[in-house]
Ligand binder design. Sequence first.
Ligand code: NDP
Length: 444
Amino acid sequence: MSYVDEIYAKVVEQNPGESEFHQAVKEVLDSLKLVIDANEEKYRKAALLERLVEPERIISFRVPWVDDNGQVQVNKGYRVQFNSAIGPYKGGLRLHPSVNQGILKFLGFEQVFKNSLTGLPIGGGKGGSNFDPKGKSDREVMAFCQSFMTELHKYIGADQDVPAGDIGVGAREIGFMYGQYKRLTGLYEGVLTGKGLTYGGSLARTQATGYGLIYILDEMLKHNGKELAGKKVVISGSGNVAIYATEKAQQLGATVVALSDSNGYVYDKDGIKLDIVKDIKEVRRGRIKEYADAVPGAVYTEGKGIWTIPCDIALPCATQNELNLEDAKALKANGCFAVAEGANMPSTREATDFFLENKMLFMPGKAANAGGVATSALEMSQNSQRLAWTFDEVDAKLKDIMVNIYAKAAAAAEKYGVPGNYVAGANIAGFEKVVDAMMAQGIV
Ligand code: NDP
């Protein structure tokens, strides 16, 4: 059995019930096979893969809080500190009822390679809770966030582990957590990113993941003789990533015709009016269905099915495994030629294979959505220097980083004989830097 197959079998055996983690490990290891086979003896002796797939540490804790009826509620809290070979742990906190240890391990594992790809000195981590912020009052969200941070603060720090937002964690939650961290430690330091602009946040961080997705998409299209202007785009989700991907795609001349949330999707053939979406989602925390009530001609459909809408480009920006083989086939049959992942692992393995086999342009999440974490690292730099850069400065750096990520993924794919396979390219390019650092640092 090859080293890669042996490690994958061990991961499945030793991490029972963690299917998303198995899936992420398999995708990465499969695409690294060429590199690993070439160095098998050296890596085996150093148990490199065994160390790579085992988080350095997982912290799991109880989060008790009191709801508006005076009832005590208890949630599970986690931080997975996956790999610190190239810098302090960095990665978001997710608040969603589906959160469990396996999902956070998958996200933390992906984060290691993504962070490496940005070229910035950040290791990989991820955390969160099965708390559902939906339908909770501001006071309840604050009570939860304070309790969560009361435990988490012992394990994080500006040079140790710097969490950020993810699903269910935006400016409001980061604010509550930061306030509690400061109160407990007495430190005014850059321990969280995604902070508000009045207390150490970076301009352009809110936009970064969505904008970065469009920058790398644009780069991929240009290198393949195509352009974004005039194209019809379908985007899933209507949260942070989806909203700012829509904004930048529109600025570059594309027409975004659909957005969704976990209840259903809206189709607007004339192009989504983003100010209306922002009002529904960012101001009123409402449902995407309300868009069809507000815009004449827009149609709302309950349930899944967004990928059956004909488009040139599809950008899954909601959650993991939201786009399966059937969806991939429907996209292709309706003329879609490019897919870039704003969310983490939104395409199932079968869908990813279909895109690659059918020579569609496909940019995986770990490259395509790295703009968020990259700009978080820029926020860390500004915090350490006690400086605040302008929007244009941060945006220009973000764009450079995305262009560089494209170049690295494309070059690695080329070097290993799979040109145009950005899945392999991104994994290989991210892996090489981490492995180099791990080998140099001895058996740790
Ligand atoms: P938000 O919470 O702002 O938005 C998430 C969106 O996806 C919402 O529209 C939500 O709908 C929808 N969604 C979430 N879960 C599901 C589900 N199970 N089924 C269908 N729809 C769902 O999160 P973000 O926009 O920040 O994150 C979206 C994705 O991007 C995630 O995969 C995240 O890991 C990834 N990402 C985010 C980064 C960031 O900077 N924010 C950086 C890199 C990656 P509803 O409101 O109904 O739940």
